[in-house]
Ligand binder design. Structure first.
Ligand code: NAD
Length: 516
């Protein structure tokens, strides 16, 4: 049994009830807590002590995840009892875990995010200049990353000797949830602008949908400025002048990359916390890993987990302790009480270990920072940011008229010379009397028939586009496609997958080949 209640815990902090004797049962909130691996147990102990001192009124259900669970042969690193606890409390405060090296093990974070539907990853990236050195003293950006879709669906196939593929899946409801979350977050936290990053100039269907949904939802928030950047130049701009951004919303892969860039340029990745928000559950953690090299030495900085705990308190509707914790932490930072990772002789006064840092924060509960900007969550209902997007129903889309107008047949074909004209001859013959005709062959998206260039490099992976043999734009049937595939196979051609070509209310639901 991996769930340990607070009473059975070997942690030496006082219970929350003891630290806030006036707490009524109605204000107490149960959360699931994982101490994690490496420095995890040390920073979690520090974080829980501070939470208790701030009157967070939390009841902890301790669970075990990570190394010890992997070692039992559980490839996902998480057990049934933990899932039960997570689904019961709906709130997970998680210390970092060590991901085992070698194959066979699944990423625990990805498993938790996807299983519990934690669609929004929210990562504030703030510079604490001059107390932590940063080239961007005024930086204060929140990255809102879509967490479930994109290439992270993990649907990959090797299709030929030479070619593998990864499916990038983007859904309208997925885009709506994350974009709305970004705007709700901005509104609830008094932010002025939401910027969308996509690569819709290249991926017109997938990234194009994300941007289209962004544009649709942005008009519902007239008080919040909005703009869009192509991800490549946007990322460059973010790395060069992060002060110009406020909230950034983007797809999973881009968000993964830019959230690390943004955290790094604040001056210390060790200070970042993040929230993973779903409709029923949410997970809060530091953005750093388990730092095994310094584990057990009592020197780790618990700040990332503390700031994640602030996000958690807001999520569960406890703005008062969130404000206390955040301000006490800011005050500790500006008083120069620093752990080794951010200690410098110019701005630090005292180098402390993990628990001493927690004690310094606890000693400042109730105080405000004097130089850094104090926070006040009581007024702004930031909790609303975490729940509003989930509550608002997705826009009901009128179902468009869908017509099947052709098929892309993908072939594994490796004849000597890889001559597309030769392949076209065989395919045209196979299509005879099926109601379909060959329109185009591409190799890695570039048209190689009709009229290909000898310069185009060809792999053994061919996309062969068939459309109606009748009138232009005419529909085709599933039966015709099956007949075509049967004849393609009979001709000794190895088809490896098909993609239907459809129109939706007359608009193409597929991209054209380069040169088509
Ligand atoms: P890491 O973040 O653990 O460490 C990178 C560097 O930062 C190290 O020098 C480390 O000592 C330092 N550092 C990190 N956190 C610190 C803290 N709180 N205080 C002081 N110094 C700190 O990254 P890594 O070394 O690449 O990964 C170590 C392990 O953590 C790996 O197994 C990795 O898979 C795992 N990991 C887990 C999570 C998670 O659970 N969310 C996230 C990232 C990495």
């Amino acid at each position: 049994m991996s769930i340990i209640t607070r009473d059975a815990s070997n942690m030496s902090q006082p219970s929350s009830a003891a630290s806030s004797p006036s707490a009524s049962p109605a204000t107490r909130t149960a959360i699931t807590v994982a101490r994690g691996d490496g420095i995890g147990p040390e920073i979690m102990q520090a974080a829980l002590r501070v939470l208790d001192a701030c009157g967070a009124d939390l009841d902890y259900e301790f669970v075990e995840i990570g190394e010890k669970v992997y070692a039992k042969g559980v490839s996902a690193g998480i057990e049934e009892a933990t899932w039960k606890s997570l689904r019961r409390t709906g709130v997970f405060l998680k210390a970092p875990i060590t991901t085992p090296q070698g194959g066979g093990f699944k990423s625990l974070n990805v498993t938790i995010r996807k299983t519990l539907g934690l669609y929004a990853n929210v990562r504030p990236c703030v510079a604490y200049h001059p107390f932590v050195q940063s080239r961007f003293p005024a930086m204060d950006v929140v990255i809102v990353r879509e967490n479930e879709e994109d290439t992270y669906a993990g649907i990959e196939h090797r299709q030929t000797n030479e070619v593998v593929q990864c499916l990038k899946l983007i859904s309208r409801p997925g885009c709506e949830k994350i974009v709305r979350h970004a705007f709700e977050y901005a509104r609830a936290s008094g932010r002025k602008k939401v910027t969308c990053f996509t690569k819709d100039n290249i991926m017109k269907a997938t990234d194009g949908l994300f941007r289209q949904v962004f544009n649709e939802i942005a008009v519902e928030y007239p008080e919040i400025e909005n703009d869009h950047w192509i991800i490549d130049i946007g990322a460059a701009k973010l790395a060069d002048s992060p002060e110009e951004f406020d909230v950034i919303v983007t797809l999973n892969l881009y968000g993964d990359i830019i959230s690390d860039i943004a955290a790094q340029i604040t001056g210390s990745v060790g200070l970042g916390g993040s929230a993973n928000i779903g409709e029923r559950c949410a997970m809060f953690e530091a953005i750093h890993g388990s730092a095994p090299m310094i584990a057990g030495q009592g020197v780790a900085n618990p700040s990332g987990l503390l700031l994640a705990a602030v996000q958690m308190l807001l999520h569960v509707g406890k703005p008062a302790p969130a404000t206390k914790l955040h301000n006490a932490w800011l005050r500790t930072l500006e008083d120069g009480v620093h752990t080794a990772d951010i200690y410098d002789s110019q701005h630090s006064h005292e180098k402390v270990g993990t628990q001493a840092f927690a004690e310094a924060v606890i000693a400042r509960v109730g105080q405000q920072p004097q130089k850094l900007q104090a926070v006040s969550y009581e007024a702004a209902s930031a909790a609303g940011a975490n729940s509003a997007s989930a509550k608002k129903p997705a826009t009901p889309a009128a179902k468009p008229v869908k017509l099947l107008v052709g098929v892309d047949v993908f072939l594994d074909w490796d004849q000597p010379g890889r001559n597309a004209d030769e392949l076209a001859k065989q395919l045209a013959a196979a299509a005879d009397n099926t109601g379909l005709k060959l329109k185009m062959i591409t190799n890695r998206g570039v048209k190689v028939w009709p009229g290909g260039f000898p310069e185009t490099f060809c792999t053994d992976h061919w996309r062969c586009r068939f459309i109606s043999a009748g009138e232009a734009g005419g529909t085709v049937s599933h039966g015709a496609i099956l007949a075509l595939l049967t004849k393609v196979a009979s001709a000794g051609l190895d088809f490896i997958k098909t993609e239907h070509l459809c129109t939706f209310d007359g608009k193409l639901g597929y991209s054209l080949g380069q040169g088509e």
